[in-house]
Design a protein around this ligand. Structure first.
Ligand code: ATP
Ligand code: MG
Length: 296
């Protein structure tokens, strides 16, 4: 369906109208893997300081979008603009790469695979500071401690190797490292999914605080609609590479218009939920059966 020309206005103060220059602007973004169309003509905006969630079942194209926005994957077609700079084609040279890194950073689900096992958090953060900020090693050490403070890591934890840290602590290192580049946009791809509930709550509170303190914008990918509700102002719902619904998070989650969004919401366990056998299902067919996903 023709989704491409509709910008998603975001920003807490103006959920419906346009808010001047977008921090991130994505238009007609498409990615083919061979014959598989993973992302099909997706468009959205994130305002400065805004936050957008991408939700949708496994394989709907969420991570592929994130990787294109951060620059780990080249789009088949479409444009990605941050702060007015195009980033849909490969960076030319180190300076351009550095500038792009200062605009967008990403934190993945599993910090263990994205952190170097031989490098302490302090050293990983320092490396990013040296690249993006420069300054003396004493200045940088001060900043490492500040960032540690921001994400709740003490000196001992900062000096430890990843294997000596808990999952939540490793994710804090990954977040601090991403923030060291002082990005305008932080992409969080299932970044709290692997954490147990209490640690998850801590990291979510941390993210809310960081946003309030620094004005960073978030692009949050999560299958957890409670997390989406807590962190984001706006949401897009993806199904098979296509945006099937978009709007203010509260509206979309409370009053979903698209059949697919209703199914997605119905498939999320809530308190009192008990698993049912497939033969008991009357109201919620398998999500993969949904072929008519018109947003009306
Ligand atoms: N590097 C790749 N090569 C080929 N196909 C890929 C590649 N990466 C992703 N795909 C395919 O693109 C589609 C979208 O994948 P993607 O990882 O974006 O889904 P997702 O929405 O992030 O799913 P999940 O919720 O499971 O993380 C899938 O069909 C996947 O198999
Ligand atoms: Mg993914």
């Amino acid at each position: 369906m023709g989704e491409s020309a509709v910008p998603l206005a975001s920003g807490p103060s103006d959920p419906s109208g346009s808010t001047g220059e977008a921090l991130l602007s994505v238009r007609g973004l498409t990615k083919h893997f061979g014959t598989n169309v993973a992302v099909d003509d997706v468009s959205f905006d994130i305002a400065r300081g805004g936050s957008l969630a991408i939700v949708g079942e496994s394989g709907s194209g969420k991570t592929t979008i994130a990787k294109m926005v951060v620059g780990l994957l080249a789009p088949t077609s479409g444009t990605i603009t941050t702060c007015g700079h195009d980033r849909s084609t490969p960076a030319r040279g180190a300076a351009e790469r550095r500038r792009r890194g200062a605009e967008v950073q990403i934190v993945f689900q599993d910090p263990y695979s994205s952190l170097d096992p031989r490098q302490s958090g302090a050293s990983a953060i320092d490396e990013v500071l040296a690249l993006h900020r420069g300054g003396s090693s004493a200045d940088r050490a001060l900043r490492v401690a500040e960032l540690g403070d921001l994400v709740g890591l003490d000196d001992r934890q900062l000096r430890a190797l990843p294997k000596a840290l808990s999952g939540g602590q490793r994710q804090r290192v990954a977040i601090a490292r991403a923030l060291a580049a002082e990005p305008q946009l932080l992409i969080l791809d299932e970044s709290v999914a692997a954490l147990d509930v209490s640690i998850q709550a801590q990291v979510l509170n941390l993210l809310a605080d960081v946003r309030a303190d620094t004005g960073v914008s978030y692009l949050l990918i999560s299958h957890d609609l409670a997390v989406v509700r807590q962190i984001t102002d706006d949401v897009i719902v993806m199904h098979r590479g296509v945006v099937v619904e978009r709007g203010a998070t509260r509206d979309v989650l409370d009053h979903p218009q698209a059949a697919y969004t209703r199914l997605l919401r119905a498939s999320v366990p809530t308190p009192g939920w008990r698993p049912r056998r497939r033969s008991e299902w009357t109201d919620a067919p398998d999500l993969s059966d949904v072929s008519d996903v018109s947003a009306g």
